[in-house]
Design a protein around this ligand. Structure first.
Ligand code: AMP
Length: 112
């Protein structure tokens, strides 16, 4: 099981912000902004670089959950950034696709 599957299965604790049949959102353990939430599909897609057509529905659904996750975490008004890290140079460390939602402060551009 991936680390995030263990969180989905409640084998590892996490501060859960949102859940439905397909997606879980929880606070990042090492936040890079005042609000830092990970949104993960419950069914493992290792990374966006390995996504296939049959993943389109869950990936689309994941994005449609973003407004509610943003509302619940208090950044809907102020704004936020979504990030998906892919592979070594992208900074991916957990091979279970996840979308970072970052906010609660102005975010620099370009990112480091
Ligand atoms: P990435 O580097 O894009 O693969 O993101 C993995 C993220 O998972 C990092 O931001 C970590 O801080 C976060 N993380 C690792 N372990 C946990 C955990 N047990 N609970 C919540 N977030 C975690």
């Amino acid at each position: 099981m991936t680390l995030f599957e263990k969180i989905v299965a409640r084998q590892i604790p996490a501060e859960i912000v949102f859940e439905d049949e397909q997606v879980l959102a929880f606070r990042d353990i090492n936040p890079q902004a005042p609000v830092h939430i990970l949104i993960v599909p419950k069914r493992v897609i290792p990374r966006i670089g390995l996504a296939v057509e049959s993943d389109a529905s869950v990936l689309g659904h994941l994005l449609t959950c973003v407004p509610e996750v943003a509302r619940r975490s208090g950044v809907a008004e102020g704004g936020y950034r979504l990030v998906i890290n892919n592979g070594r140079d992208g900074g991916e460390t957990v091979p279970h696709l996840h979308c970072h939602l970052l906010g609660g402060r102005p975010l620099a551009w370009p990112p480091g």
